[in-house]
Structure formats: structure tokens, C-alpha cells
Design a protein around this ligand. Structure first.
Ligand code: HT7
Ligand code: ZN
Length: 844
């Protein structure tokens, strides 16, 4: 496969002024007529007229009304064109009903929909399918469907025909079309300048009752973007459509967002609190793209973090404002460490702005999204809030309508602050997680902290250079009061020394507060100091971090030397969990243990070979120890955190349910599943029903309840995804692969539906001890299914390959088994470019 390089960027030889599209919809033979106004681009040297096009049947092609001869390949076509403005007209035929890749125009449950990011538009018609080619679109849709939608504003709607005009020039990846038998949940929003905007959430008949929450989230997002960033919506209409078959969460097409139904449909009976929170965040994310992504788009796909990192950062700010900021920050760091750190520290490592790719779909990664957002958070910390918003204002005015680059982005900060960001830019160009070593000494009244940074070399960045690392820190005095408020020091050399004087007694440093940079802190702090921070740190992140580090040490102690868990840690944890002045959601997070994969990584970094079974056993006994240490508090906390008011998916109620469910899990461990059965029977919401079911399965009594659950929810696709996933998640390690395999034989298993496929195989990959069971059965099963899925849906197959990215952590036998499976997949004839690239990188 061909490799594309950032360094090779050149502008397209032509400017597109206007695109007219006409769709005559038919499941197997949709006709697409295009009429496109091109003119030579004065800024381009290369005037080769190449239009992307894949899987298209060309019916006719004309230039200025005259038929032309074209040269076609699998990737597109070329032909001779005039050296002056001209009109290109083409008619092609496509087959949406057989489009299982879910890119381009495809069908889902009888409804037509599109997914064009990143390079899907070329499966709809011939076009320069690159984000720096922007044009206004007029779209006519002919089809026997009650709802016919495209981007922008409607200009004509009659039976079986609709015409749409999008006045905002846009790249083809933001094009969208939807047609089907849909119903709308409608509302409206008045913008800050008084403009009326109609809002519709289109769903399949039967799903109307799951729209209200998404609509409220949309209105909150619109208001928040006005209040915080001064950004107003710019069309008369904003439509969202829910689709069952979708490769990712959602897509920000201009004025017509398309959502995976799991990312928008919600009701208390069918969705958990976590589902509600995720939906609110994704709706916000897609809406915020209207400015950060659509009005200002990317020059090329290497700049993907320009829109994604910034939009993730903005959606995290939104969630922090709507809910609890510390809980959001802790949850995001857990997620970053679980998904981005392994990527950055393994064979898939790449910079936030990659410099080459074979298949761009493989670069919608945690590094581009989540590390990309962390980089923006650091920039904000370094320049301060005021300068950050000033720079953003400049970005929006200077680049509105542009296809921009990371250089443009950094320049607005340089121009606003006068600060050079040359070294900071390494966050965009270097792969790998920097490690910051802390050495501490205290003499008389002076504390000295020596900070040293080091980024392990990788294939992507063989010779990493020091980065600018903002380290927020504070000091906690011996009596537990803060003796130094949070201040941010900037580490830019390899080693720097920071001194803090006039201290009365040795304080306990609280370093990397709020997780001010995406680094690994190597700090050999004593257990006593960590217990002090767990009891007293007024930075909620570092208080949680102290508990988490102690838990990790305790677990490693069990795994390696069967050391009993330190009572001081257990007492400290108990003090936090029973402290009613603290947010229940925060207390629930405190009870969470480091994941088994995290423990495997810690052992690997220490030069040891992780044993998944031993890690699993240690985690189980640690939970037993917690249940026993907290036994006098469990029922009291369970009862105190019952919600008596009608269900609301807000932060307050969700926090209580999270803590009560954490108690239920420990109670079940200590006493059996009696209380879980009671909760299941009386639950009026999915959060409580599912938590009770999980407890029951763990107690070995899940069969009856699983059958009742299935009977109750067999007609609800999204709830059935939970049913599939939970059985794998809660299986004993030795049964996980067999459970997944059994579920693939269930009549409701459909590998063509990404949500269902992920429910089973995402859960299997996340079941550390089950996936890495010594038999290798899970490796073989997943490989079999990746081979089956690849010809149908390369994008989802390739994403799932990352389950194997940490394979070199494990023992020789497991490595050999995994390598054999990866090689078997790679040897499959006609394997997609997506999967080939992923596996080649993973094998290394
Ligand atoms: N910008 C979108 C990324 C995307 C995508 C979405 C759905 C299906 C396929 C996709 N490929 C790329 C989603 C987002 O980040 O907001
Ligand atoms: Zn996005």
C-alpha cells in the first residue's frame, strides 16, 4: 500500500466554486449526478485533474456539456481539462444496500445514510476528496421516503423530492444525506443575536421516547458555546439523525449530525447514568465541531488533531461545567492511561500530528483525540485563561472559512502572548509519553525538588528532545494544611531544580496536580506521604492519585510477595469513602482499583513478566479485603445513597447511584446476592438493574436473571448490547472466550452491526485475564472473527486489532500464540489496507 507523507502536501490544482448533486435513490442502483464548477487554482503548480472515486460505476462524464474520455483506476479518474473555468458533469451508479463498510452512502434498517469522513465521499461520486477543497453544495434527493435530508437549509420539499442548500463552503467529508421513514422530536433555540433555529432529532418510529435528553443536551451545548467561546450557530436548522449501524460515535456533518443510536438515544429504563453522561458529551462534541472543525477545518488529514484535540478539550470543559470538574478530570485520566498510554508506549506510537499514514482511518486514535486535548490543556495552563480565550478569538476571526494547520493554530498563541512555541510544538511532533523523575530533599527550611524528563525512543521518534512540561504543584504541611498553594513550574530542560524556602517543617509535595501534563511521574514517595495526601490533599485529583498509587502498590505486593495490604492505607481509604462531606461520585472513584492491564504494564515497566491469572487473583482478593475492611459501613452507605426522588441522570443522583452500586458489589461479595436480587426486582432504571445483574452473575447466580433480562429487553437493540457485553465482562477468565463464542451463535448476534460486534469482542479484549488466558482461545476466536469481518467492514476490524497492541508485555508462550494469530490474519488473501497497516505496525 502507498504511504502518504505530511511533507508532500501540495494544494489541489483547481478551486471548486459550487457543487450540485442529484440523488435518485434505489437500494442497489442509486444514481448520483454531479455538476461541479472548477477553475484553475493560481496558488497551485500542479494542474493534474485527478478526481477520487472508489466502487463507482461511471455512466457518463462531460466537460462544459461535451462527453470526455476519462482514464480510470481503482482510486479515481483523470482526464484532459481546459486551462480556464469549466463545468464537470458526471453520472455514477452506486449500491448502498451492499455497502457493509458503512462509508459513503449505505443502508441501515431500510434507511439511507452517509459517512464521509475521512475519505468516504469518493464512494459517492468522483470528486477531489480532500479537506482543503471547500465548496457550497446544493443537493436534490429523489426517493419515496417521508424524510429526505441533507446539509444546510431546505429550499424545496415536496412528496418524494427535497432540495437543500448549504451556504457555507465545506469540504466533502462534511457532506451528509439521510432518507427514510423517520420521526422527529423537535424543539428550537434562540441564539445570542436573537436568531431562531429549528432543532430536530430524527429517529426510527418507536424510539421517540428516547429523544428528550439528547435534545436538552444539544440546547445546553449551544448555550455553553455562546457563553464560554462566544460562538453562535449559523444555519436556520440543526438536525441530528440516529442510526443503528455506525462505525464510530457520531459525525459532525454541517447542519446534519449523524449519530450512532447508542450515542444519542436515552431513557432512564434503558440507559445507565454513564450512557447519559457519554451522550451529553458526544452531542456537545459534535455540536462544538461546527466551529472547531467545520467553520475552520483541516488543510489535510495530518492536521486532524487541530479539530479533534480542540473539540475534545472543549467537550471536556463543557462536561466539567455541567457536572463535577474533579470527577470528569479523574475519569479522563483513567481513560487516557487505559487507552492512550499503551498506544504511546507500544508499536502503534505516533505523534499527535502524525507525519505519514497508509490508511487515515487508522489515525482516529486516542493519541490524536485525547493526547491532542491534553496538549491544548497544557497550552491553556502555560499562557493562562485570559490569553487562551484571546488567542481563540483570534483563531476564529483569522481562520474562519480556512482549511488550517497546527502552525496556524500555534501562531495565534504566539501573536497573542508574544511567547515562542517552538519547543512546545514538540508535543505535536514527538511520539511517546515523557517520564518525569522527581527527587526530593529537605534541609533546614528548604525543600529542593529535582525534576528530570526523559522520553523513551520509539520507531516514530527515535531521538526525542526535551519538551515543555507544565507541572502544577503544591505543598501540604505536617498538620495537613496547605503551605504552598498550587503553582505551575515549567520544565523545559532535561533537568531542573526548584527550591521552596521558609518552610516550617518538611511538607509533603503534591506534584502534577490536576494531572497538568500527560506524563508518567516517577516519584518514589513514601507510603506515609501518600497516606498523608490521601487524607489531606486539597487538590482532588492528587488526593485520588495518592489512593490509587497506594492501591497499585498493595496489589503488586499481593502479586509478587503475597504481602498483606497495609492497614494504614485501608483506614485512609475508609476515612475518605465514609466522609459525607465529599461528593459520592468522587468516593466511588476512590474505591475503583487500577485495572488489570495497568498492573500488567507496571510489572512490564519494572522488567517483570506479568501473569494475567495472578493479577486477576490479586484483584479479586483485594476486593474481598475491601469488603471485609468496610463491612461495618457497607449497608449504611448503601442506604444513605439511595435516591428517593424521581430518576434524573444528573451528577448528583448519578454519584449516589455509583456509590450505592459500589457498596452493593462489596455486599454481594461478603454476603451473597440477596440484596442484588432485591435491587434488581425494584429497579426502575437501567443503572440499578444492570449493576444488580452484574452482581448476580459474579455471585454465580446470573442465569435466571440473565434470561429474565433478555425476555424483558429482547426488542431493544441498545439494551441487548449491554446483555451481550456483560456476560463476557463478568465471565470467569477460563470461560470468557467460550462465553463470547457462545454469544456469537445467539440469533441476535450480527457481526455486521458494529455495536453488537463491539459488545462481544470489545468486552472480550477488555477482559484482561480472559483475553490473555493461557489457552490462547480468546486470541484465536478474535482472530477468526477479524478475518470474517475484514472484507465487510475494514474500519471496525482494524480498530479492533489494537486489542493485540500490548502483546510484547507477555511471556514467550503467549507472544508466540498472538504472533501466530496476527500472522494468520495478515496472510488472509485480499486483507484490507486498514487491517494490513494495523497488523504490520503491531507485529513491528
Ligand atoms: N469527526 C468524526 C470522526 C470520524 C467518524 C465518525 C463516524 C464514523 C466514521 C468516522 N470516521 C471519522 C467524529 C468525531 O470525532 O466527532
Ligand atoms: Zn470529533
Amino acid at each position: 500500500p502507498k504511504t502518504v507523507y505530511l511533507a508532500d502536501y501540495t494544494p489541489f490544482g483547481f478551486i471548486v466554486d459550487k457543487v450540485d448533486l442529484t440523488f435518485d435513490l434505489a437500494p442497489n442502483a442509486t444514481r448520483v449526478k454531479s455538476r461541479i464548477a472548477f477553475r484553475p487554482n493560481p496558488d497551485a503548480k500542479d494542474r493534474t485533474f485527478f478526481l477520487h472515486g472508489e466502487n463507482l460505476k461511471l455512466i457518463s462524464a462531460r466537460i462544459d456539456g461535451e462527453p470526455v474520455n476519462t482514464e480510470q483506476t481503482d482510486e479515481g479518474l483523470t482526464c484532459a481539462v481546459p486551462d480556464a473555468p469549466f463545468i464537470w458533469e458526471a453520472e455514477v451508479e452506486i449500491d448502498p444496500a451492499n455497502n457493509t463498510a458503512l462509508e459513503g452512502l449505505y443502508m441501515s434498517n431500510g434507511m439511507y445514510c452517509t459517512q464521509c469522513e475521512a475519505e468516504g465521499f469518493r464512494k459517492i461520486t468522483y470528486y477531489p476528496d480532500r479537506p482543503d477543497v471547500m465548496a457550497t453544495f446544493d443537493v436534490t434527493i429523489n426517493g419515496p421516503h417521508p424524510v429526505l435530508l441533507s446539509n444546510g437549509n431546505p429550499i424545496e420539499t415536496s412528496e418524494h423530492r427535497a432540495k437543500w442548500h448549504d451556504p457555507h463552503p465545506k469540504p466533502a467529508y462534511l457532506f451528509a444525506l439521510v432518507a427514510g421513514d423517520l420521526v422527529a422530536h423537535s424543539d428550537s433555540f434562540t441564539t445570542m443575536s436573537g436568531k431562531h433555529v429549528d432543532l430536530n432529532l430524527y429517529v426510527r418510529p418507536g424510539d421517540e421516547g428516547k429523544c428528550a435528553f439528547g435534545m436538552e443536551a444539544l440546547k445546553k451545548s449551544m448555550k455553553w458555546d455562546e457563553d464560554v467561546y462566544g460562538r453562535e450557530y449559523d444555519l436556520d436548522l440543526f438536525n441530528i439523525v440516529a442510526v443503528d449501524d455506525f462505525n464510530m460515535g457520531a459525525m459532525e456533518n454541517k447542519g446534519l449530525n449523524i449519530f450512532n443510536s447508542s450515542a444519542v438515544l436515552a431513557s432512564p429504563e434503558t440507559s445507565t447514568d454513564m450512557n447519559f453522561e457519554r451522550i451529553e458529551a458526544i452531542i456537545a462534541h459534535e455540536y462544538f465541531h461546527n466551529w472547531t472543525g467545520n467553520r475552520i477545518t483541516c488543510r489535510d488529514w495530518f492536521q486532524l488533531c487541530l479539530k479533534e484535540g480542540l473539540t475534545v478539550f472543549r467537550d471536556a470543559q463543557f462536561t466539567s461545567d455541567m457536572r463535577s470538574a474533579p470527577v470528569k478530570r479523574i475519569s479522563d485520566v483513567i481513560d487516557l492511561r487505559a487507552r492512550q498510554f499503551p498506544e504511546d508506549q507500544g508499536p502503534l506510537a505516533h505523534p499527535v500530528r502524525p507525519e505519514s499514514f497508509q490508511e487515515i482511518n487508522n489515525f482516529y486514535t486516542a493519541t490524536v483525540y485525547e493526547k491532542g486535548a491534553e496538549v491544548i490543556g497544557m497550552l491553556k495552563t502555560l499562557v493562562g485563561d485570559e490569553a487562551y480565550y484571546k488567542a481563540l478569538d483570534l483563531y476564529f476571526t483569522r481562520h474562519d472559512g480556512d482549511a488550517a494547520t497546527i502552525e496556524d493554530w500555534l501562531k495565534v498563541f504566539e501573536d497573542t502572548t508574544g511567547r515562542y512555541l517552538t519547543q512546545f510544538k514538540r508535543w505535536y511532533s514527538q511520539a511517546g509519553t515523557p517520564r518525569v523523575k522527581v527527587e526530593e530533599s529537605f534541609e533546614l527550611d528548604e525543600l529542593t525538588l529535582t525534576l528530570t524528563q526523559h522520553t523513551p525512543p520509539s520507531t516514530a521518534t527515535p531521538d526525542p528532545k526535551p519538551q515543555v512540561i507544565p507541572i502544577a504543584l503544591g505543598l501540604i504541611g505536617p498538620d495537613g494544611t496547605e503551605v504552598l498553594e498550587t503553582q505551575t513550574v515549567e520544565l523545559h530542560e532535561e533537568t531542573q531544580i526548584f527550591r521552596f524556602t521558609s518552610l516550617e517543617g518538611r511538607p509533603v509535595p503534591s506534584i502534577l496536580r490536576g494531572f497538568s501534563a500527560p506524563v508518567v511521574l516517577e516519584y518514589d514517595q513514601s507510603d506515609a506521604d501518600r497516606a498523608h495526601l490521601l487524607a489531606h490533599d486539597n487538590d482532588p485529583f492528587n488526593r485520588w492519585e495518592a489512593g490509587r498509587t497506594l492501591a497499585r502498590k498493595a496489589l503488586l505486593g499481593i502479586i509478587e510477595t503475597a504481602t498483606p495490604v497495609d492497614k494504614a492505607y485501608l483506614d485512609g481509604l475508609r476515612a475518605v469513602v465514609t466522609d459525607d462531606s465529599l461528593d459520592p461520585a468522587y468516593r466511588a472513584l476512590m474505591l475503583g482499583l487500577p485495572s488489570q492491564s495497568d498492573l500488567a504494564n507496571t510489572l512490564h515497566e519494572a522488567g517483570k513478566t506479568p501473569d494475567p491469572a495472578a493479577i486477576y487473583d490479586a484483584t479479586e482478593s483485594m476486593r474481598d479485603i475491601l469488603a471485609s475492611h468496610l463491612k461495618d459501613d457497607l449497608h449504611a452507605l448503601y442506604t444513605a445513597n439511595q435516591v428517593t426522588e424521581p430518576y434524573q441522570p444528573d451528577a448528583e443522583q448519578s454519584g449516589k447511584r455509583a456509590l450505592a452500586n459500589a457498596m452493593l458489589s462489596l455486599i454481594t461479595r461478603a454476603e451473597g446476592a440477596g440484596l442484588a436480587a432485591k435491587q434488581y426486582a425494584s429497579a426502575d432504571n437501567m443503572t440499578q438493574q444492570l449493576a444488580a445483574l452484574a452482581c448476580d452473575i459474579r455471585a454465580g447466580q446470573g442465569d435466571g436473571m440473565l434470561a429474565r433480562f433478555e425476555e424483558q429487553w429482547k426488542d431493544d437493540r441498545l439494551v441487548m448490547d449491554k446483555w451481550f457485553g456483560l456476560q463476557v465482562m463478568e465471565a470467569e477468565p477460563e470461560d470468557a472466550a467460550a462465553t463470547a463464542e457462545r454469544l456469537t451463535k445467539h440469533p441476535a448476534f450480527n457481526h455486521k452491526n458494529p455495536n453488537r460486534f463491539r459488545a462481544v469482542f470489545g468486552a472480550l479484549a477488555a477482559h484482561h485475564a480472559g483475553f490473555h488466558h493461557a489457552s490462547g482461545a480468546a486470541y484465536t476466536l478474535l482472530a477468526d472473527w477479524l478475518i470474517t469481518l475484514d472484507p465487510l467492514n475494514p474500519q471496525t476490524t482494524a480498530r479492533m486489532c489494537s486489542a493485540f497492541q500490548t502483546w510484547k508485555r507477555y511471556d514467550a508462550d503467549r507472544q508466540a500464540k498472538i504472533k501466530a494469530e496476527l500472522t494468520r490474519i495478515l496472510d488472509t488473501p485480499d486483507l484490507s489496507r486498514d487491517t494490513t497497516e494495523m497488523l504490520t505496525r503491531i507485529i513491528g
